[in-house]
Design a protein around this ligand. Sequence first.
Ligand code: R5P
Length: 285
Amino acid sequence: MKIVLGSGAQHLKDEVIKKAINYGKEVLETEIKKFPDGEKYIRILGEGKEALVIQSTYNPQDENLIELLLIGDSLRERGFERLLAVVPYLAYSRQDRVTKEGEPISVRAIMRMLSLYYDELYVFDLHNAKTLEFFPKKATNLSPARAIAEYFNEKLGDGIILAPDKGALERAKAVAEILNLEFSHFEKKRISPTEVQMQPVNIDVKGKNVLIVDDIISTGGTMVKAANILRKMGAKNIFVSATHGVFAKGAIERVENAVDELAVTNTIPTPVSKISIVEDILRLV
Ligand code: R5P
């Protein structure tokens, strides 16, 4: 199995090259540059029959997506017969339904487009796992739970894992089960006719280390709110993690000021992408 890394995976390159050999895989050399008018130029050196193409599609999303198609075309042209796309962060994954007449289901358009070249699609922690059905071939949603659990294991001790809402409970559960810890989620509770409060359900956080896990941190608002509540409730150390650090301007600082540590995975390169998903990728096939 050959490995090809696009521009959206250059931050993983050193680790992939270092570890690929242990998994019997070879990283192909690529030449990627831009023409003066902004169009991409792709050239992949090396041959094979099967390739795993790693390309995360964070900002510039559209450029990274087009590059993924060009890599697919280049490999087909070279006679590759089986192509696997590993897209650690899939752009447009939050645009998964029509909310106003006239809108597209953007994630469906992206998946259909990728299926023109790729036989299998692997993504990490898709915002809405049901949307994988839009990829007409084999599609898999990978969990970063093992990597997150390993990173926080010692720091947490006998702590608690929390999801910021019920919808994210499965994520908290996955990490908690690996570490054999308790888990729960936040819920909105009506205190009075005018006041709604967020609270962890059926769990006492007093004096405990707590890790809050989510799929995405964007503005950081959700995590800051949850962390402030835990502080008031007497939690010990508060750690925050997510699969994708899609940080809006100022979000990292906002979250870091509210918690003891913020660490996300490297599906997107950020200053706090301290948790690596490379082994999860290399283990795939
Ligand atoms: C929402 O559905 C997601 O799971 C995250 O909770 C959300 O994207 C976080 O956004 P923010 O960081 O802006 O609060």
